[in-house]
Design a binder for this molecule. Structure first.
Ligand code: SAH
Length: 509
């Protein structure tokens, strides 16, 4: 059967694609329908036609799926950020578990039976709304040219006004309304992408869930520090909001879609907010707190996990998978501001963190000091280079075990880290456990090669992308490791995104 554009077809949706789209079949043709759910019978309009498949737009749900729920946000279809809001939360978790399962089998080449043995049930959220501690709202004009904050309407630069995204903190709305009112009263203009003129681009809001502290950073189209028009009024209104701790501006004159510029200037309060992460016992039902906790400083430019309650569970799982007894040497690659490193430090002998962003390394060192942790050190540089330096040539683990390297590997400090002198070789122990938590693109192949050469007993892989995770696990397993445990942690309810923690062990142990 041939579809024609704008044809209306009736289709039973049987499956769900990796981006949350419904998949049905019409006479052998696969039809992808965004916003349709497995179990729905829908009417769809054909919008794009390919040789063996087509894309349709949901026109009408004829028979709703038993897993369909009433979406809470009126904007959910237009916004596109919550691809799964109409699917029951239980089914969302099942979808994510399947996404992990399918990646491991199809991309990683693992046997289905092995995957079933390793895969533990998803760690879900108690409340899958209002979980984000960070919000980034573009400021611009709506269809009628009115000042607005919200999200971009699909493929346009018009803003659909919505100051209360249901994934974010309730305070966001208060902050945004305060800023819009200030702009309106003082005729402050918004940035216009086409001309590159106008002042205000984005509002970044962060909230410490435990501390209640709030940070607001206004991203403006200026190349250096300037005073805002009637700045005292701007600051005066914002600082009245309960929990307000830090108000700053960030300068960004870039014409691309990078959101934050390099420089942030404080206007009022502190330059960072603090938050607490508690260690939980992942082996007990309800994952109770263990009483151990850490405090972190978060500055506007640092990476920090967006879902604090689930992050505790994710890190606690990483801790469980690391299987520490108090003596191990742990390397935490892609360590950000040292969150996982410091989490593990309490149960390890020594922890070494590696991170490529200088500000994050500074934050990590400060976080270690302020939490009184003395057995964690942080290095600036690429994971693949720093670990690679340590295990290259005759300093690999085999030599180490033979005693040729005196029980330690030789490590060369690289990059522009002021704390070390370029070219100085110093000695650090090789890892017993390596933890990696790379960005979406996964680990660099040189990083995987360096891990294989270092031959730690265990590798804990934390990933936000099951596809690159599966690709990398295949390399590690082909190189002598065995996949022991895999568990998804839902950090991003209502969306199709999945976070996964895995444990690998050296086969010859
Ligand atoms: N483990 C941290 C951060 C994870 S995000 C946490 O849970 O908070 C991934 C981090 O990897 C980011 O901080 C990013 O700056 C860093 N990164 C990206 N490429 C890197 C590389 N090649 N080497 C080291 N760090 C890298």
């Amino acid at each position: 059967m041939e579809f024609r554009k704008n044809d209306i077809v009736t289709v039973d949706i049987e499956d769900i694609g990796s981006e949350g789209e419904g998949i049905g079949r019409v006479e052998g043709f696969a039809l992808f329908v965004k916003d349709a759910l497995p179990g729905d019978r829908v009417e769809a309009r054909i919008v794009k036609n390919k040789k063996n498949y087509a894309y349709g737009r949901l026109e009408k749900v004829l028979v709703p799926s038993p897993f369909r729920v009433e979406p809470r946000c009126v904007c959910h279809r237009q916004c596109g950020g919550c691809q799964l809001q109409a699917l029951s939360y239980e089914r969302q978790l099942l979808f994510k578990e399947n996404k992990i399962r399918n990646s491991l089998i199809r991309i990683g080449g693992f046997a289905p039976q092995q995957v079933e043995e390793c895969l533990e049930p998803m760690v879900g959220m108690e409340n899958p709304f209002r979980y984000r501690n960070k919000a980034l709202y573009p400021v611009g004009v709506d269809r009628d040219g009115k000042l607005a904050a919200g999200f971009y309407a699909g493929r346009t630069h018009c803003i659909v006004p919505n100051t209360d995204c249901l994934l974010g903190a309730e305070e966001n709305r208060v902050v945004l309304e305060c800023i819009l009112e200030y702009m309106h009263r003082n005729g402050v203009d918004v940035y216009d992408e086409t001309t590159g003129r106008g002042l205000v681009r984005y509002v970044l809001i962060r909230k410490g869930f435990y501390s209640g502290e709030i940070m607001v950073c206004l991203v403006i189209n200026r190349d250096r520090r300037v005073s805002l028009p009637r700045q005292e009024e701007f600051v005066g209104a914002l600082k009245e909001i309960k929990g307000m701790t830090s108000i700053s501006i960030n300068c960004n004159t870039g014409r691309d879609n990078v959101i934050l510029g390099k420089h942030t200037y404080p206007l009022w309060g502190r330059d960072s907010i603090t938050d607490v992460i508690c260690v939980r016992d992942m082996t007990q039902e309800g994952y109770p707190h263990t009483g151990r906790q850490l405090e972190f400083h978060i500055s506007p430019l640092s990476f920090y996990q967006v879902n604090p309650l689930q992050t505790e569970k994710l890190y606690s799982l990483a801790l469980e998978y690391a299987g520490l007894t108090g003596r191990e040497v742990v390397w935490d690659l892609y360590c950000g501001i040292g969150t996982i490193s410091l989490f593990l430090a309490g149960s390890a002998g020594r922890v070494f963190g590696v991170e490529v962003v200088p500000q994050a390394v500074e934050d990590a060192r400060r976080n270690a000091a302020e939490n009184g942790i003395e057995n964690a050190e942080f290095f600036l540089g690429r994971a693949e280079e720093i670990l690679g330096q340590g295990v290259k040539g005759d300093t690999g683990r085999e030599e180490q075990e033979k005693g040729q390297a005196g029980g330690v590997g030789e490590w060369k400090r690289t990059g522009s880290d002021k704390a070390g002198e370029e070219g100085i070789v110093w000695k650090l122990p090789l890892p017993d456990v390596v933890v990696v938590d790379p960005p979406r693109k996964g680990c660099d192949s040189a990083c995987l090669a360096a891990i294989l050469k270092a031959r730690p007993d265990r590798v804990v892989y934390v990933s936000c992308n099951p596809a690159t995770l599966a690709r990398d696990l295949k390399v590690l397993c082909d190189g002598g490791y065995e996949l022991k445990k895999v568990r998804g942690v839902d950090q991003f309810g209502m969306t199709v995104h999945v976070e996964v923690a895995c444990c690998l062990q050296r086969k010859d142990l």
